[in-house]
Design a protein around this ligand. Structure first.
Ligand code: URP
Ligand code: ZN
Ligand code: ZN
Length: 455
């Protein structure tokens, strides 16, 4: 099947130019002005942007968490991804004591083989080294294309936290093997002290979720993780960065040439902790929580200056009735929010309004994620890459509502968000999977991406 996308403005991480894009068997084969190539199908993209599909490197689909399971299955989550211009998702299966990495990943692969509507890869969360066996198994996992592993410095009571000794062992092993350690940085002991105090005082609303894990709680753990990684000269990727002080430590380390990578999420760029004062504040409960205006400003500043490497979603939605468990006790609210279908439209809207450039949106949503996490064939409109392509209409107005999303959840923190410009088509390896509001893909067509070494 040949496809020719004609006359659009191709956007890469470094430049934009008007060109035709030719695709053969799912691969980009030519880019140039007025290509004289016959094709089975010609798409007129005149006046539109032609962008690489986004890579959402942070999702939690069908994940057991917070006393339930996150609301999007692998099918609905990847369907929504396609409709938001995301053509590859990275999921985070959580290994538990006694479990092997490949045992866990293979069980997820079996489901995704049937359900995936876009391509997929895995970071594996390690919670227990199984007496050191996991350190050996990491080598095998890397051969299978799982080249990044996540550690939680939080969720201690949930049995998911790793201590500093374990983190250091993982950092050293990852360095040796050319892999990456991803970190969720918050300090659980301080959170627990704060929670105990607030509950004993009858302070139970969502606002106290924020106050029990404010800026300094994240910053301490960010700094600790950066401290170990920089002193061991090991690469480190900080997920969902939300606070200024931690971010500044990362920026310093980057300026000193250290391999410290920073991810933030659209929710931290859009909302501040004030959302937790709202009557529906519990719907915004995620960890780390949204922070104050100063932190949000620092995220935008760092993004523009090139210190934020990726923007990903941490997509982990729950239904309203589950969020309601915490109506009278914020500790009972399952942590996590939706975002997979909003990531690219949100960042592109920021570009359309002049806040950032379109090249920057492409860089942090597609090109950098592919480079950092070893997806050789993804992340850019260039010859030889997979034809994961989004056609974007800069003039199309769109208001986000749970009714026009393609997930399984029954509410979204993005309800009512007005966007100027919106993706109108998504192609997955040359096949149209989203067209003007409609999902056209097929579950099971997404492929496992066997990744190379991390950057
Ligand atoms: O609140 C969140 N972020 N839930 C998902 C799990 C995690 O911590 O990333
Ligand atoms: Zn996390
Ligand atoms: Zn997460």
């Amino acid at each position: 099947m040949n496809l020719l996308i004609k006359g659009g403005t191709v956007v890469t991480a470094t430049e934009s130019f008007v060109a035709d894009v030719a695709i053969q068997n799912g691969i980009i084969t030519a880019i140039g002005k007025n290509l004289n190539i016959s094709a089975d199908k010609v798409v007129d993209a005149t006046g539109k942007l032609v962008l690489p599909g986004a890579i959402d490197v942070h999702t939690h689909l069908a994940m057991p968490f917070g006393g339930t399971v996150s609301a999007d299955s692998y099918l609905s989550g990847t369907r929504a991804a396609a409709c938001g211009g995301v053509t590859t998702v990275f999921d985070y299966p959580i290994q538990r004591a006694g479990q092997t990495i490949l045992g866990l990943i293979n069980s997820k692969k079996e489901i995704l083989e049937k359900e995936a509507c876009v391509d997929y890869a895995f970071h594996c969360c390690i919670t227990n080294l199984n007496d050191g066996e996991i350190l050996d198994e990491m080598e095998l996992a890397i051969e299978e294309g799982i080249t990044s592993f996540k550690c939680f410095l939080v969720y201690k009571k949930e049995g998911m936290m790793v201590d500093d000794g374990t983190l250091v062992k993982l950092l050293l092993r990852a360095k040796e093997l050319g892999a990456m350690i991803n970190i969720h940085a918050e300090n659980p002991d301080v959170i627990d002290i704060n929670i105990e105090k607030f509950l004993s005082e009858g302070k139970t609303s969502a606002w106290y979720h924020y106050l029990s894990r404010p800026e300094y709680v994240e910053a301490e753990a960010d700094k600790r993780a950066v401290h170990w990684a920089t002193n061991l000269d090991a690469p480190l990727y900080l997920v969902h960065m939300a606070d200024k002080e931690g971010l500044e430590t990362c920026i310093k380390a980057k300026e000193n040439g250290k391999k410290i990578y920073v991810e933030t999420c659209p929710q931290y760029l859009e909302f501040t902790c004030d959302v937790y004062k709202r009557a529906d504040g519990r719907n915004f409960v995620c960890s780390p929580p949204m922070k104050g205006q100063e932190s949000q400003d620092s995220l935008w500043k760092a993004l523009k200056a090139g210190f934020i490497d990726t923007v990903a979603t941490d997509h982990c939605p729950f239904q309203s009735y589950e969020k309601d468990w915490g109506k009278d006790d914020f500790t009972k609210i399952p942590n996590g929010c939706a975002g997979i279908e909003n990531l690219y439209p949100y960042m592109l809207d920021a570009a359309n309004s002049g806040k950032i450039s379109f090249e920057k949106a492409v860089e942090v949503c597609a090109t950098n994620p592919a480079k950092i996490f070893g997806c050789e064939n993804k992340g850019s409109i260039s010859i030889g890459k997979d034809a994961d392509i989004v056609i974007y209409d800069k003039e199309k107005d769109f208001t986000v509502s749970v009714k026009n999303m393609h997930s399984n959840y029954d509410h979204t923190i993005w309800e009512g968000k007005k966007l100027h410009g919106y993706p109108v088509q998504t192609y997955l390896r040359g096949t149209l999977v989203y067209d003007n509001g409609d999902f056209l893909g097929k579950p099971g067509t997404g492929k496992y991406i066997k990744r190379g070494h991390c950057k």
